[in-house]
Design a protein around this ligand. Sequence first.
Ligand code: AMP
Length: 323
Amino acid sequence: MIHSQSQETSVVVVGSAAYDSIATPIGNKTDLLGGSAIYFSISSSYFTHVGIVAVVGKDFLKKHITLLQTHGINTEGLEIKTGKSFRWSGVYSTEDINTRTTLETNLNVFSDFSPILNPEYRNSPFLFLANIDPDLQSNVLSQMKKRPKMVALDTMNYWISSKNQSLKRILEKIDVVLMDEGEIRDLSKEANLTKAAQHVMNLGPSTVVIKRGEHGVLLFHGKSIFSAPSLPIDQVIDPTGAGDSFAGGFIGYLAATKDLGFDGLKRATVLGSVMGSFAVESFGPDKISTITHVDIEKRFRILSDISYFEPLNEKESIPISLS
Ligand code: AMP
């Protein structure tokens, strides 16, 4: 899909751009295009105009920049520095494909990443702070000219333990936090997910999204709760990037509709699940970068079909055994 490059950027993402080496029960692949900002921007590009802020080395292939540009992604904020791109390698468990172990993280040019937003990005109404150092996340937010309509954030266990206070400082200033269930339990020290979400909302964000892999997603917004299933997938090939693709669908939908009420957030959650389902169906972003709006709508409809049930009308009640 080709968007016009001239349209204004609605969503800015700051995060990693990487080459990943991955082992899953299906096989092994090296030097796959990856990184949180890459998955997020490709996913959200189906709904809105997104600008990417990340750093890569001179080894970053031209065809990968072209891939982003053919999705209409504004790549002005993709800095190319002397040195090698960030490299990450991980292995997924054969018993539980949702469990992964990091084998190696080579920060390379990412080690002194110091994102500077261009004047257009500073006016963006939506900002996604992907999983990076919380001090950098704060720095990026402070560069915004005016408070965006929505600031969302992702983080990981590494920052929860090593930069806990910095993370809490940025959480005070944002609207939406997206975490997986292990991460939110770590941050809140609560095993119960409802209590964990409440704990995190007390730290600042009004909306908490808990990603539970194949078990779906929980959305907490003030006192309201929504539960979305994940799409049943025949074969998960590589779960890398599912979380960032979820976030891309979620924020992309909100930026496109500007419906930030609970109904909008619910639909955004379902669309996030749809985008995550594409991400897991190939190694790297191959699948998510080659889908169409028809594919997306089909899965959106399937998700509402498989989770719809007839509500009780006012006169109905659940049958009670009289014996
Ligand atoms: P996800 O599967 O959505 O949690 O994100 C996976 C992506 O995160 C991979 O493509 C990696 O390149 C990237 N990644 C892994 N570790 C880090 C890290 N420490 N900082 C930033 N990005 C990372």
